[in-house]
Design a protein around this ligand. Sequence first.
Ligand code: 1HN
Length: 347
Amino acid sequence: MLQLGTLDDLPSDYRDALTRQHLVPLWPSLRKVLPPGKPIPQTRPAYWSYEALRPLLMQAGELTPMEKAERRVLVLANPGHGLEKMQASAAIYLGMQLLLPGEWAPAHRHTPNAVRMIVEGEGAYTTVDGEKCLMQRGDLILTPTGLWHEHGHDGSEPVVWLDVLDLPLVHYLETSYVQEGPPQKVSQQGQERAYRSGGVVPAPLFVRSRQPYPMLRYPWSEVRQSLLGLAQSQPAGEAVQLAYINPESGSDCQNILGYSALMLRPGESLRLPARSPAAVLHLIEGSSSVETAQAQFTLAEADTCCVPGYSAVQLRNRSTSQPAFFFIADESPLHRKLGLYEVRGED
Ligand code: 1HN
């Protein structure tokens, strides 16, 4: 590969003349924007312990009333991007949100897509586009782009959930904004029952739903059961993994980020191949290690970590008697749409 010239090779009066005309020579920066072989990600392997962050989140509950926060969130920021960027990866934002009994997070809608993975507590709900969705541990609830949403809490204990948004990308595209609105009228509840079983969808009078987001809540009780069923039908050693999809189209449930649930059988190890998208792994249940070439993390229940793209990941269930269950968010829908998606062999 050619050794390219640097900025220092150029006379300073020439550089100044370029700058005055808003011009930049490409060759001193070419290798930075086009590194050989594979990208040099800013996203680093990063880990957040729930046990360590929980007291700080509860403290935020004492320090900052909802009226001063709108959403009371501690952002899980990847140091590789700089904490102030509030990014877990190039396209993924992560935050832990706290709602205390009786609190209310007012209605708004925005261009970034969000999902919530419920981490602890009972009695909270989120209303999305008029559908009141109960929040129970392990549930995945979608808040797609442009849909009104607000959160309430009728229970007696704090409720915490993990927010995953495509905010870094939508912000980078200069398309991120929010609108505030009045409280929504609840028009339906329990809509997830309409999509209870895989392979069949509602078709009243032979008519199928044409909504882009027909299913908003994916109850953990159903997903967990499906994983246990899949584990029995899959040969040992094959990944037990389910994708959260739009049940009408069969495609990813959101446009930019993809979501899946993965089970490790007791004592099981699994290698996830190196793929172009960065991913976030959140342990819903169990105990597991997550290892890349650069880092190794031990995840306890409710812990979260991030792994950069182009790097293989080794998962290992640390229990020989209990399964481990992961929630995984990644950038694969985006990469596929852009024609950038890659799976690599051994890295
Ligand atoms: C948002 O709307 C929520 O509605 C949570 O709970 C986190 C982070 C950035 C932008 C919007 C919510 C968010 C957010």
